[in-house]
Design a protein around this ligand. Structure first.
Ligand SMILES: NC(=O)c1ccc[n+]([C@@H]2O[C@H](COP(=O)([O-])OP(=O)(O)OC[C@H]3O[C@@H](n4cnc5c(N)ncnc54)[C@H](O)[C@@H]3O)[C@@H](O)[C@H]2O)c1
Ligand SMILES: O=c1ccn([C@@H]2O[C@H](COP(=O)(O)OP(=O)(O)O[C@H]3O[C@H](CO)[C@@H](O)[C@H](O)[C@H]3O)[C@@H](O)[C@H]2O)c(=O)[nH]1
Length: 433
């Protein structure tokens, strides 16, 4: 059986490789010809652990190919997965322009029955809208079904998440089409929940919103723990033993980032507003996240007597470790704050690259950690790459001008750093050292 994946970004490439691994013939279609060329040459266009080996394997086996020829690719496949982006519009709603463009291409190109599967994260009722857009674009009626199958993978562990999903959600008006899509995932042995398209669409937004709620809860609690000299990390551990709470997504830090949580929370808030229904908890989740980095930056700023004229190293640029994705990365907000306070900013990240706009604002990226911290008055850890956890902090000590560590992810060994002479401050783990 052959499958077409439309949109070969983070989700599309991972999904394509997982289906190839499951034994299907897969074509990846992208409007970006350079991306298609790069992938066809066996090179990934982003950093994600584990994908390179599968790309090599399935290109060599001829089980995967990439193209930008939409019409031909649509005609040659009967199952089409939509993995195009759904970025935030100015008012916070999800911008469906890429979904709509694909719908028109499908409607104009299809010449027999298709099952069209929406994997992108889309607002409630998009399944119906997509159905109408495809039908409108058809020169004459040809039957098709649209199935909603949201994706739950995380960047940095995309392959593992996609190969071992906690659940597969399938929303379909036509049960046969839903069961057909369910059968594609049979070998993964994951629980499958068949439901309506609108429910499937809501499950995706509700899941991301709930995870973000856990994080903002921990982040706000961290502010209080900071005042009371309590370690919020230990509070989360203690809470997490309760099965009703669980240990995951309770790690306090400088806020959540990435291409999903900030955008999806805004989109659900927009959906609620249109229905004249207030999601007051979610409004606060967003608010806490928007102010979290600055809240702690101001505390740290006081500790070192202001950032003006100081040299500060940013450790970790990507929004989380094991990805090069900078979309909504908290490090960017931190850098903007520091430059607005006239600090000199140095950046280190194992894979992510500093945007050109920040380079021209005087921010410098250094390849080696020791060069990044050289002459610095403080280092601020923004994403918890192993390279920082495992760094030789004893040796690095000689590079710093002042030994201040601000740990925005609470992952460094406070006791060891303190023994080495550093002044360590984290998130919600003690105002008094
Ligand atoms: N990134 C994640 O971790 C993740 C996880 C779950 C769900 N999602 C959702 O999946 C969707 C895709 O996210 P992503 O991060 O993979 O996006 P992305 O920006 O990395 O990739 C989208 C791709 O679609 C291509 N595209 C746009 N219009 C096209 C068209 N008409 N025809 C063919 N290709 C086209 C773009 O060129 C791009 O390569 C979003 O809705 C996102 O919310 C993302
Ligand atoms: O306890 C925690 C857990 C995460 N984060 C932060 O939250 C953000 C998002 O992290 P994560 O969820 O691991 O990565 P994403 O790739 O953004 O994945 C989320 O967004 C995807 C896109 O919708 C969903 O598919 C995933 O299920 C969902 O976890 C990052 O900035 C993390 O640093 C915390 O601050 N504390």
């Amino acid at each position: 059986m052959s499958i077409l994946i439309i949109g070969t970004g983070y989700v599309g490439v991972t999904t394509a490789l997982v289906f190839a691994e499951l034994g299907f013939e897969v074509t990846g279609l992208d409007a970006d010809e350079r991306k298609v060329q790069t992938l066809s040459e066996g090179k990934l266009t982003f950093y994600e652990p584990g994908l390179q080996d599968l790309l090599d394997k399935h290109l060599a086996a001829g089980r995967i190919r990439f193209t930008s020829e939409a019409k031909q690719a649509i005609r040659q496949n009967s199952i089409l997965f939509l993995c195009v982006g759904t970025p935030s519009d100015e008012n916070g709603s999800a911008d469906l322009r890429y979904i709509r463009a694909v719908a028109e291409q499908i409607g104009q190109s299809m010449d027999d029955y298709k099952v069209i599967v929406i994997k992108s994260t889309v607002p409630i009722h998009t399944n119906e809208r997509l159905t109408a857009w495809i039908a409108e674009a058809q020169p004459h009626p040809i039957p098709f079904d649209v199935v909603s199958n949201p994706e739950f993978l995380r960047e940095g562990s995309a392959l593992q998440d996609a190969l071992h999903p906690d659940r597969i959600i399938i929303g379909s008006r036509n049960q046969a089409a839903g069961l057909h899509i369910e059968s594609l995932y049979e070998k993964l042995n994951a629980p499958c929940f068949l439901t309506t398209p609108t429910t499937a669409e809501m499950i995706k937004y509700a899941s991301n919103s709930f995870l973000a709620t856990k994080i903002s809860f921990a982040n706000e609690l961290a502010r209080l723990c900071e005042q009371l000299d309590i370690n919020v990390g230990d509070v989360s551990i203690g809470m997490g033993y309760d099965h009703r709470i669980g240990p995951h997504f309770l790690k306090a830090g400088i806020g959540y980032g990435g291409s999903c949580f900030p955008k999806d929370i805004k989109a659900l808030l927009h959906i609620a507003k249109k229905q004249h229904t207030r999601l007051s908890i979610l409004e606060q989740v967003h608010e806490v996240n928007e102010t979290q980095a600055e809240h702690f930056l101001q505390l740290w700023e006081r500790k070192i007597g202001g950032f003006a004229g100081k040299r500060i190293a940013i450790l970790g640029l990507s929004f989380k470790p094991n990805t090069d994705d900078l979309r909504e990365a908290p490090s960017l907000a931190v850098i903007h704050y520091l430059t607005s306070q006239r600090a000199q900013v140095r950046v280190h990240d194992p894979v992510a690259k500093l945007p050109a706009s920040l380079q021209s604002a005087g921010v410098r990226q250094l390849e080696h950690l020791e060069d990044a911290v050289a002459g610095c008055d403080a280092a601020i850890l923004c994403s918890e790459w192993d390279v920082y956890r495992n760094a030789d902090w004893e040796q690095l000590r000689d590079e710093f001008k002042q030994l201040n560590i601000f740990d925005g992810r609470n992952v460094l060994d406070r006791q060891r750093l303190t023994e080495l002479g550093y002044t360590y401050s984290g998130i919600g783990n003690a105002a008094r050292n």
